[in-house]
Design a protein around this ligand. Structure first.
Ligand code: ZN
Length: 93
């Protein structure tokens, strides 16, 4: 991840950082156009990074969990990822 967005781990954090950086570097506000484009490119990359699906920790990407009831083993859809096996970091903006 680019230095501009260091420490940002959620889409909300990246967007917040982007708003601050855009205010500072926007050419309309006296910023340098080349720098602004670098920041914009870094923003796009950071957004891809933080919205990438991550393997569900609950079912280890299987989308299913096994639950024991005495001698019976029931295979259930993973509730954490709704059976997808992947989860996304929350976008809480
Ligand atoms: Zn899961």
């Amino acid at each position: 991840m680019s230095d501009y967005f260091d420490g940002c781990t959620t889409p909300a954090e990246v967007k917040e950082r982007w708003r601050a950086l855009a205010r500072r570097h926007h050419p309309d506000r006296g910023g340098d156009a080349a720098t602004f484009h670098r920041v914009k490119a870094a923003y796009d990359m950071a957004m891809v990074e933080v919205t990438r699906p991550i393997v569900c920790e609950h079912c280890h990407g299987q989308g299913r969990v096994q639950q024991r009831h005495g001698f019976n083993v029931a295979t259930l859809r993973c509730a954490a990822c709704h059976g997808k096996g992947r989860t996304y970091r929350g976008d809480d903006t």
